[in-house]
Write a protein that binds this ligand. Structure first.
Ligand code: PGA
Length: 253
């Protein structure tokens, strides 16, 4: 059983925090939230995230699809980010991650899935194209987020302004350090295209998932600390519909 806490923020905004007992429970709760949106609105726009945290959630969604509980045939998706220089054929790309961990296991039309093209010859033009894709889809019915140990959401690293759309980022040493477990060649993981905070905040609902001790301090800062671009996730205190599902031990203070 999870623990439910409300964090009342400035202006009376309430962040809903579900503290799960472990990663499996976190994944089930998060998958249930997404499935319910799709059941209610079959052509929902899902904003999706990559990383280690959502893998269990995607597995549960695939199980629900296979059990006939949810139909993704009309769903559209838009992902947060992609590494510059990596395409679908590279297993480290986020496009490959999405195909492997979710899209190949459900009945989504792959043409309705969107990830920035890391191989675009003109990266600035790609940012503009992706911004247009997001605009055309309309607001995400839900945007899934992980959180970096430095507080980043998407690849919006500390000190990025809150006012940006899709843009290119140079990743911080902290993020490159985490990614270096994946990339032998560091240059390959040094730049990314990311949705901006503006695109994220435009979602109707936000689902932030976080797991493990390493995320506990930054999650507490993001939810209870000062709202500052130095902790990009702290901006979520200004969004009217945020659900945090965490297995970092935050509920057990
Ligand atoms: P993780 O990444 O899920 O692999 O911890 C989260 C993030 O950096 O946004």
């Amino acid at each position: 059983m999870y623990i439910l806490t409300y964090r009342v923020c400035f202006g009376g905004i309430r962040l809903k925090i579900l503290s799960a007992k472990d990663y499996s429970e976190m994944s089930s709760i998060a998958a249930e939230i997404i499935a319910n949106i799709v059941k209610e609105k079959p052509d929902a726009v899902l904003g999706l995230a990559t990383g280690n945290t959502p893998i269990g959630m995607y597995k549960k969604l695939i199980e629900m699809y296979k059990a006939g509980e949810v139909d993704f045939s009309k769903v559209k998706t838009v992902n947060l980010d992609e590494y510059v220089g990596l395409g679908a054929d590279d297993q480290n790309s986020y496009r490959a991650y999405m195909n492997k961990n979710l899209f190949s296991g459900i009945n989504i039309d792959i043409n309705n899935t969107n990830v920035p093209n890391g191989l675009a010859a003109d990266i600035e033009a790609e940012c503009k194209r992706y911004e247009d894709v997001i605009k055309r889809l309309g607001s995400q019915d839900i945007q899934v987020l992980g959180i970096g140990v430095n507080g980043h959401i998407g690849f919006n690293e500390p000190s990025i302004t809150f006012n940006k759309g899709t843009h290119v980022v140079e990743l911080t040493d902290s993020t490159i350090g985490v990614n270096s477990k994946i990339f032998k060649n560091l240059a390959a993981g040094a730049k990314a295209i990311t949705m901006g905070i503006k695109n994220i905040m435009n979602a109707k609902q936000i689902l932030l998932i976080a797991d493990g001790d390493s995320k506990k301090d930054i999650l507490r800062k993001a939810l209870y600390g000062e709202i500052t671009p130095n902790v990009p996730a702290s901006v979520l205190q200004l969004h009217p519909n945020v659900t945090v599902v965490e297995a970092c031990g935050l509920g057990i203070k």
